[in-house]
Design a protein around this ligand. Structure first.
Ligand SMILES: [Zn+2]
Length: 138
């Protein structure tokens, strides 16, 4: 038996990647018609939350003198890295400064961000579709 799991109950390391498990379960739920819309919607919501607030993406907050911005790891598409000024940077960008285009550019800034963005879109759509009567899960 491998000893993995002994210490992974704390967040960090594997904890950041539970969204991948949620994504796998969501896909499984879609393929297995026995899973009802509630299961699909729950998993979709979990995955969306992970994408927005936990996914390990690059911070990307503007930094003076750096064209590609902050390269620290951020926690989710809507959040920045551990630096306090960066933490709410993206939400501020969206809500206060209405820099939606810049924000959207950041969503596809690298492979990881693109993947998480697509996962967010997919989970959003799947959550939506799960509750439309007569659609795939009707
Ligand atoms: Zn940062």
């Amino acid at each position: 038996m491998a000893t993995s799991g002994a210490r992974s109950s704390r967040l960090g390391g594997l904890g950041q990647w539970w969204g991948v498990i949620a994504a796998a379960l969501l896909i499984a739920a879609w393929m297995n018609r026995a899973a009802g819309p509630v299961v699909v919607a729950t998993l979709s919501g979990m995955l969306l939350t992970w994408c927005f607030f936990q996914a390990p993406v690059t911070c990307g907050a503007p930094v003076r003198g750096r064209e590609d911005g902050c390269r620290n790891n951020a926690t989710g598409l809507l959040m920045g890295c551990h630096i306090r000024q960066h933490r709410w940077q993206k939400l501020k960008m969206l809500i206060l400064r209405r820099q939606v285009r810049e924000f959207c550019g950041g969503l596809f800034s690298d492979g990881k961000a693109t993947l998480v963005t697509l996962a967010a879109l997919g989970s959003f759509l799947s959550g939506l579709v799960a509750f439309i009567p007569g659609m795939a899960l009707g």
